[in-house]
Design a protein around this ligand. Structure first.
Ligand SMILES: [Zn+2]
Length: 444
């Protein structure tokens, strides 16, 4: 009996010891300490010096200035750089590339198998995350009459680690009116594609059809709903600023989306459509080119976000000959109006999220939006906040990402130098970590 007891005690001690050893071993291999000359926590009004972020597994354990480094942690010293939360882009289209000749690209989509179009998204996702954008809200993906939900597949493949890319919140097919910005058949001969598009293509007229379209997107995996409530630049038969939905349709759109606990982002250039959308309770106005000061005031009082997508107009204006004449005229009108609108929004303190309309320009140049915002009067620190914590709040995921804080996912970038004195440094991130895994490190 005594021998058995002793054996049992020895066994217990051995088990406890080995458990202790393996726990210690795990700790030393999985704790990473990132160090850099400065740190931006995603929400503060200033940077701090001697930035440290302690990461264990996929989470941040601690972040701040001059923090002690835990024993056995792997230290990654990023030198004269600024640690920042991974950037976020509130308006991408990772499944498209419209940066070349518009008509050529439009024809290419009709010629190419959707499986091939899907594979072509892989480098877009990689370029985006390597540019420091660890989360994107992908606002619409649709290849003609295809029902393949390529954005859902891309989101899932990235989440499973099959493809390198940012965390995606996807909208599947944008919802719009017949002949509006999202009607892919507009500009082609009537019934060329066999039938008028319907809710299953995102095209809906009347409150019931709009509710059905929202339900259809959510049924198929949408994280967020996107709708076009005014005309747009890159569409053939709509005027850029005319309303696309009635107030009754808009109310149904917002109500159904919110009942399903999703956020609603609306493409809107025109002032009247924006007013009606804000009154209906949309979560963000995308583009907003022609918004008047009183409409911006309404946004401020309702807490509606503006996602100005300055990169989109910037790219189109720089390559205006690549677009059909009818689109050139619309681009010029929107481009001429948006700078004053943005300056007013900054002055008035409207909530602003960073979004770029990636796909209009080549993927991976998202960070150029920071400079465009600063050039139009936004303080650099506020531009950085727009591309981190403000977007996280707009997406409804601020409890997980957007700041460098204990318990958040370890989405971290290193910006060379000090982005508050040279905002273009955001275009040259030297280090990208997503959920604790290093995606890129050129700082070595
Ligand atoms: Zn867009």
């Amino acid at each position: 009996m005594i021998t058995l007891f002793r054996l049992a005690r020895i066994a217990l001690v051995v088990v406890l010891l080995s458990a202790g050893i393996s726990a210690r071993a795990d700790l030393s291999t999985s704790v990473v300490a990132l160090k850099a000359a400065r740190l931006f926590d995603g929400k503060s009004k200033a940077l701090v010096t001697n930035g440290v972020v302690i990461v264990q597994g996929d989470k941040i354990v601690e972040a701040g200035s001059n923090l002690p480094i835990p024993n056995g942690a792997q230290i990654i010293d990023l030198g004269d750089a600024t640690l920042s939360p991974g950037f976020m882009d509130a308006h991408t289209h990772l499944t498209f590339d419209f940066s070349g000749n518009f008509n050529e690209r439009r024809l290419k989509i009709l010629e190419t198998n959707v499986s091939e179009l899907a594979l072509m998204t892989i480098p877009n996702a990689r370029a985006t995350v390597e540019a420091g954008f660890t989360t994107v809200r992908d606002l619409g993906s649709h290849f003609g009459d295809s029902h393949d939900f390529v954005d859902i597949s891309l989101r899932n493949a990235i989440a499973r680690g099959i493809i390198v890319g940012p965390r995606m919140l996807v909208a599947t097919y944008g919802i719009g009116a017949t002949g509006g910005h999202f009607d892919d058949t507009a500009g082609f001969r009537d019934l060329l594609f066999g039938r008028e598009p319907d809710y299953s293509n995102g095209i809906a007229d009347g409150p019931d059809a709009i509710r059905k379209a929202v339900r259809f997107q959510v049924k198929n995996g949408a994280d967020v709903i996107k709708a076009a409530v005014s005309g747009g630049v890159l569409s053939m038969t709509d005027e850029v600023d005319t309303p696309q939905f009635t107030p009754v349709e808009m109310a149904a759109l917002v109500d159904e989306t919110h009942r399903l606990r999703k956020k609603i982002a609306v493409h809107c250039h025109g002032d009247q459509a924006a007013k009606e959308a804000i009154e209906a309770g949309v979560d963000s106005i995308e583009h907003g080119s022609f918004l008047k000061p009183e409409t911006l005031q309404l946004m401020k009082s309702k807490g509606t976000y503006l996602v100005p997508t300055l990169m989109a107009t910037e790219w189109i204006m720089g390559k205006i000959e690549a677009y059909p004449a009818v689109l050139q005229a619309k681009a010029k009108a929107a481009g001429a109006a948006r700078s004053e609108m943005f300056r007013n929004a900054v002055k008035m303190g409207v909530k602003i999220g960073l979004g770029t309309d990636a796909a209009v320009y080549p993927h991976g140049q998202n960070a150029k939006e920071f400079k465009l915002m600063v050039d139009l009067g936004m303080p650099p620190i506020d531009a950085l906040r727009a591309g981190t914590s403000a977007d996280a709040e707009l997406f409804g995921i601020a409890h997980k990402v957007g700041t460098l804080e204990k318990g958040k996912l370890a989405d971290i970038v290193a910006i060379p130098g000090d982005p508050t004195t040279d905002i273009t440094a955001t275009e040259r991130v030297s280090f990208v970590m997503k959920e604790g895994k290093i995606v890129k490190n050129t700082a070595r």
